[in-house]
Every structure is written in C-alpha cells, then in structure tokens.
Design a protein around this ligand. Structure first.
Ligand code: FE2
Length: 299
C-alpha cells in the first residue's frame, strides 16, 4: 500500500542565524520539510581555505594506487577494502569516467576525483577547524541532537565534464542507527548551480519509509537489503542552487539526488554526517572506526 506523505513545493531557506541559533521557525521548517538551507553560514574565506587544503592533499595522492571508483549507479566498490577500510582514513575515489580507453586519466588529477573520505575532520587540522565551530555545535543542539558525533566527512569534487550523477537515495541507508539519527550537513564550497549539478531534494519526503539498507556486512561481504521498492516521487524534486558558503542540513531519510556535471566548472562541496551517540550503531554497518580514533562531536 502506498504511503501518503505531504510533499512540499519549496525548501525552507533563510539567511544563517548568528551563532547557529536557529529560530523556532527554522527548526519547524526543518522538521516539516526534512531539509533547511542557510545562506552565508560559512565565510567564503573559510571555504577557500578548505579548497586550498583539499588541493594540497590531492597533490600527495597517486592515482595509480587506486582502483576504486565510487558510483551510486553501479556498485563497483563492493568487496573493495580500499573503500570499506576508509572510515578512519583519508582516501580518494575516482569518477567512473576518470580513465580514457588507453587507461590514462582524462584530465588533471584533481578533475578526475569523485570524492575524498571519510575522516578528514579527525585527521587534518584544517578540516577539523572547519568542521567544529561553536555555530555548528549550537545548530546541532537546536535540531535535536543530545550527544552528536561526526561519523564521517566527505569532500565532493563533482569535477567539470565528468562529474557523475548521484541517483535518488537516503543517507540513512548508508549510515544506519537504531533509532535513526543521521543528519547530513552539506556545505557549498563553490557556487552550486543547475549547470554544474546542484543538489535536488524532495521536501517532505523524509516521511517516506527507509527504502534500503546499503553496504551491510554479512559473511565478509557487503549486501544491500531492499526494504521498500516503491518509486520516488521524483517529479516533485526541488533544485537547491547554493552560493558558496551555504549550509544545507537534511534528514537522513531525505530523498536527494544530483545530475551529472557536464559544465566547465567544478562543484566542490563538503559534507559531514552526524549521528547521536545515544543511538545504537550496528557492528554490521560498513563504516567502522578503529580503536585509535574515537568518534567526536563538535567540541
Ligand atoms: Fe547522499
């Protein structure tokens, strides 16, 4: 039986509140829509500094070491320990189309990367400083976290020409807790537009069921459980064009997607996935931390 939920036509959008002190209207908008856009949350200079640091990290990366390609359209990283073991490391993932027929990178190394993940916020001082501010700590408290921890960070490159499509999905399918607690914090480091593959959301869609459980460890392999196979109401998707410095927060059940980037401009973004330590984090989740790098919140 199809579940009826109230899909909205707009994403609640505000200027960033001082000190991360979301107003009651903002909090209510977030809970109703499952997504909230805050313009000018991060200073453009901080975004520039993070991009610069990413460039430095990329310079030290040798693509020859990496075979893993990240794609939500085909699960090529299954059984790939480079991906599975990245929860407490800084690793690089190439675009599907990074290599030409001759096996050479199609364009400059930094323009062939899909993402970098998943623990920059705990391993790199510049990423740590960007990820842990009093404003973010206050914002997390106001959206309902009791004991938030930053489970993972991702630097999304969405490079020119070959930036891959991300099909509609819910982040809680990858970052599952009991009860569900994941919220995504998505920062535009460059202007995200329709042209370079901005995010789209289905406002109100966070009240739909969890459709999948992705990358669950079972007998040494990663498996995906389909929990609900009804199609997304993708005709109700709303584009979230976002100037650099914008923060978008969205519920772990929020359906979201982005088109391929065929433009000449990159679309760099940075994301944090935050869960509540009070919830159970199953040992069968794909992303795990070793004992040497404990999870931390925003302090
Ligand atoms: Fe996502």
């Amino acid at each position: 039986m199809a579940i009826s939920v109230d899909i909205l036509d707009e994403i609640p959008t505000f200027a960033a509140p001082a000190g991360g002190c979301l107003t009651e209207e903002m909090v209510a908008g977030f809970h109703k829509a499952g997504v909230l856009v805050l313009r000018d949350f991060m200073p453009v200079a901080a975004c520039r500094r993070l991009r610069q640091r990413a460039t430095e990290l990329v310079a030290d990366f040798d693509p020859a070491e990496v075979r893993s390609v990240f794609s939500t359209t085909r699960q090529t990283q299954l059984d790939d320990s480079y991906f599975i073991d990245s929860g407490d490391k800084i690793r690089f993932f190439l675009e599907d189309d990074a290599f030409n027929e001759a096996g050479e990178l199609r364009q400059a190394k930094e323009h062939c990367l899909n993402k970098m993940g998943h623990a920059m916020h705990d391993l790199d001082p510049v990423f740590d400083a960007f990820s842990r501010t009093p404003e973010l700590a206050e914002l997390a408290r106001r959206v309902g976290f009791v004991d938030p921890v930053i489970l993972q960070s991702m630097y999304i490159f969405k490079p020119p020409q070959i930036g891959g499509e991300v099909v509609c999905h819910q982040d809680s399918t990858y970052i599952y807790t009991e009860p569900e607690s994941c919220i995504g914090f998505w920062f535009a480091l460059e202007d995200a537009t329709l042209e370079n593959g901005c995010m789209h959301f289905i406002p109100g869609g966070h009240k739909l069921p969890l459709k999948k459980r992705n990358y669950r460890k079972a007998d040494g392999k990663l498996v995906t459980d389909t929990l609900d196979d009804t199609p997304w109401p993708e005709d109700r998707k709303v584009a979230a064009e976002a100037p650099a410095g914008t923060l978008v927060i969205f519920d772990g059940r929020m359906p979201h997607l982005s088109a391929a980037n065929r433009s000449a401009k990159s679309r760099h973004a940075y994301t944090l996935h935050v869960i509540d330590r009070q919830c159970d984090y199953p040992a069968e989740n794909w992303l795990q931390r070793g004992d040497t790098l404990p999870l931390r919140g925003f302090e």
